[in-house]
Design a protein around this ligand. Structure first.
Ligand SMILES: [Zn+2]
Ligand SMILES: [Zn+2]
Length: 281
């Protein structure tokens, strides 16, 4: 982290996927926090990007078009894609196919929940969703709404989280396929929140090396919940494999945590790779 003249949050969700708020709310919120550069990175969809870009520019902010793909290795791996061509119909079609995989998995998880006496239907899920991508967060919301759980966290901890009672490992594209998809549409692939991979140093090194060979260009080392040692660990890997360091708040909803990082600042290599013209900010 060098100069802090450009305040960035490159990881934001809206209710186009599993966030609570509209694109307009989220972009307005970031403006009020004093951000210069933001990216709306909804899961497997770019449906909110055009509006975010339009609104951001009217408010004097740079909005980097973004997406967050869910991919699967031996564990779930999220891949951010920046500057993807969000108007390309073929790209939009490929994202739709990814969401269809998610829909099938949702149905399997709802079936599993029934085994535990939890009756959540697809209609219940859709009733708590208003965007394009419907997934586990909406199952969790419906479970809370119907009184099966006290909170979304409880729903994930007991049923929906990785390896929990109703978790279904879904068929998804591999991280390499996610990288290739982003590259195919002109984007910059960045490994999201690497702490969530729960890898020791050596495993992480091998994994990042593997993805770098497949075309990965960045690591989200400055993720809001990373500890200093996480930031150092993934920053070192970024340097080793010549990747940019990015970061963001992964905003989904307002949380009581006042300490939550509001923005991050990146070096010029990152700004250049993401086509952010710092001179104009
Ligand atoms: Zn993610
Ligand atoms: Zn995210």
């Amino acid at each position: 982290m060098k100069s802090c003249s450009v305040r960035c949050d490159l990881h934001l969700h809206t209710n186009v996927s599993d966030g609570d708020f509209s694109v307009d709310y989220v972009v307005g919120r970031e403006k009020s926090l004093g951000l210069d550069v933001i990216s709306v990175t909804d899961h497997d969809t770019v449906d909110g990007v055009a509006r975010a870009v339009e609104l951001g520019s009217s408010l004097g902010m740079v909005v980097v078009p973004g997406v967050e793909l869910s991919t699967m290795d031996d564990r779930e791996v999220h891949m951010l894609g920046y500057n993807v061509d969000y108007t390309d119909k073929k790209f939009i079609g490929e994202l739709k196919d990814l969401r269809e995989m998610r829909r099938k998995r949702n149905a399997m998880m709802l079936e599993k929940l029934k085994e535990f006496g939890i009756d959540v239907s697809e209609a219940d899920m859709l009733a708590v969703a208003c965007g394009t991508t419907v997934g586990r967060a909406h199952i969790a919301k419906a479970m809370v709404k119907k009184g099966y759980c006290q909170s979304m966290n409880q729903a994930f901890d007991e049923y929906l989280g990785f390896g929990k009672k109703a978790y279904v490992k879904e068929k998804r594209i591999s991280p390499e396929e996610g990288i290739a998809l982003i590259l195919r549409y002109g984007g910059t692939p960045v490994l999201a929140h690497p702490y969530s991979l729960e890898m020791d140093d050596e495993t992480a090194d091998v994994f990042v090396g593997r993805l770098a060979a497949a075309g990965l260009r960045g690591i989200e080392s400055e993720y809001f919940s990373h500890t200093i040692s996480d930031k150092e660990k993934y920053g070192r890997l970024a340097d080793k494999y010549r990747l940019i360091r990015t970061g963001g708040s992964d905003f989904h909803r307002e949380t009581p945590d006042a300490q939550r990082q509001k923005f991050a600042c990146f070096d010029s290599a990152c700004l250049t790779e993401l086509k952010i013209d710092a001179e104009k900010i």
